[in-house]
Design a protein around this ligand. Structure first.
Ligand SMILES: NC(=O)c1ccc[n+]([C@@H]2O[C@H](COP(=O)([O-])OP(=O)(O)OC[C@H]3O[C@@H](n4cnc5c(N)ncnc54)[C@H](O)[C@@H]3O)[C@@H](O)[C@H]2O)c1
Length: 423
């Protein structure tokens, strides 16, 4: 078969490589970003994904920023972003654009798979009507539309596109079966055939909503236990000693990435259109969105203890990425932390080894040299060397650990004020 992947980002590129590596199908990729395509053509991986980097060196993957490359595909797989607008309502324009592109090439007997995360109803209410209107073909009869939501966790050493189980549902039972067989060719785990498109779409949304809500719970507990004088990390460790029915989640200075802080809004908005108000989901979003400001308040409190105002005090922000050991800025809490610090006229120094272009210092050492207080926002492995001894040597007086990543006891040994989140 000819298989085309539309959107070669964190989801599409590892997928295209996996199909090209594990099957005999002819795989092509289309991305509207010329710079991404030029990197991929030179076998430079544009994303932080070790497996994908390795695969890209050896696979036969033709790609282009010209959509004609997808012409005459048996399967078109859509992996474009699904962000939210400034008012947190879903922005489905990348999906609609990708569907319009596919419609120019779609013929009878071909299939479309949407891997992007979408709310229940997007395939039936938007993707299929658009395709039918633009092609004069009939879904379920002339072509199948399937949803097979991606669950990849970039940078995860254990789970990747080859071994994460999948759910797939489509416009017809036969279509689901055929496409499930296709996924079984390169995914070495279960491919669950779902009853229809809507249930498949809902499955992915609840996975990420489940995480958002549980993180919101521990973030709220962090605030509550802080005033009660209880160390939440010790509590979570104790509760996780129960071998069933408890799943540890951890508090932090905020929730980032393209999925957890975005996907719940897709369900909230679609349910609202049908007259249902998701109070619980909205509250979880509100709590998680409040964490950067809460973290800045912790910093101001700690500075008060050493009788320093935040204004003009040299503060070091360590980490811009939303996630450890990768350079991914999407929805990063560090963006909010940085703008709060700027609003309050702190003398701001930034270091992130994965974002030299966003850093105004060249090393951890240089940042420590300049700062009275540091705020750790990303748990990059490089920051593990921040010991009490080093911080004391550099005369750092306050440490705000937004990821509960550093050794509190070791830092407090040197009479440095340490504040984690609920810790
Ligand atoms: N990043 C993750 O960890 C992850 C995990 C699971 C699911 N998802 C979901 O997968 C989808 C894609 O996410 P991603 O992280 O790969 O995004 P990404 O931004 O890394 O990649 C998307 C790519 O699509 C391209 N693109 C956008 N519009 C296009 C169009 N009309 N035609 C062709 N190319 C187009 C962009 O240039 C970009 O390269 C989203 O719905 C996301 O929620 C992401």
């Amino acid at each position: 078969m000819k298989v085309s992947v539309i959107g070669l980002g964190y989801v599409g590129l590892p997928l295209a490589c996996a199909i090209a590596k594990s099957t005999t199908h002819n795989v092509v990729g289309f991305d509207k970003s010329e710079s991404k395509i030029s990197k991929i053509k030179n076998r430079i991986c544009p994303i932080d994904d070790f497996q994908c980097e390795q695969d890209l060196k050896i696979v036969n993957l033709e790609c282009s920023a010209n959509p004609d490359i997808i012409n005459n595909s048996d399967i078109y797989i859509i992996c474009v972003p699904t962000p939210v607008l400034n008012d947190y309502t879903p922005d489905l324009s990348p999906i609609k654009n990708a569907v319009s592109t596919v419609s120019k090439y779609l013929q009878k007997g071909q299939n479309i798979v949407v891997e992007s995360t979408i709310n229940p109803g997007v395939c039936d209410e938007i993707v299929i009507p658009l395709l039918e209107e633009l092609t004069n073909l009939k879904a379920g009869l002339d072509f199948d539309v399937a949803h097979c939501p991606e669950r990849i966790n970039p940078g995860d050493p254990n789970w990747n596109v080859y071994n994460i189980p999948r759910n797939i549902g489509s416009t017809s039972k036969e279509g689901t079966k055929m496409l499930a067989e296709f996924y079984r060719e390169f995914v070495n785990n279960s491919i669950n055939e779902m009853p229809n498109l809507k249930t498949t779409e809902a499955t992915k949304i609840i996975e990420n909503t489940f995480r958002d809500i549980n993180i919101a719970l521990v973030n709220e507990l962090a605030k509550s236990f802080d005033v009660l004088g209880i160390d939440l990390l010790a509590v979570i460790k104790g509760a996780a000693n129960k071998p069933f029915a408890f799943m540890p989640h951890y508090p932090s200075c905020g929730v980032g990435g393209h999925c957890i802080p975005v996907d719940p809004y897709y369900l909230i908005e679609r349910a609202k259109q049908s007259g249902f108000d998701h109070k619980f989901l909205k509250l979880a979003r509100e709590i998680n969105n409040s964490m950067p400001e809460y973290t800045i308040d912790k910093l101001i409190d700690a500075l008060n203890h050493i009788e320093k105002p935040i204004k003009n005090t040299p503060i070091g922000l360590l980490g811009m990425s939303y996630k450890a050991n990768v350079g991914d800025l999407r929805e990063s809490p560090s963006i909010k932390l940085k703008s709060f610090l700027e609003e309050k006229s702190a003398n701001l120094f930034i270091y992130d080894p994965y974002f030299p272009e966003l850093s105004n210092t060249n090393s951890i050492d240089e940042l420590l040299e300049k700062c009275d207080a540091i705020l750790l926002a990303t748990d990059h492995k490089e920051f593990k060397l921040l010991s009490g001894e080093l911080l004391n040597k550099k005369n750092v007086k306050v440490v705000i650990d937004g990821k509960n990543f550093l050794n509190k006891d070791d830092i407090e040994c040197y009479n440095i004020i340490y504040k984690g989140i609920g810790h």
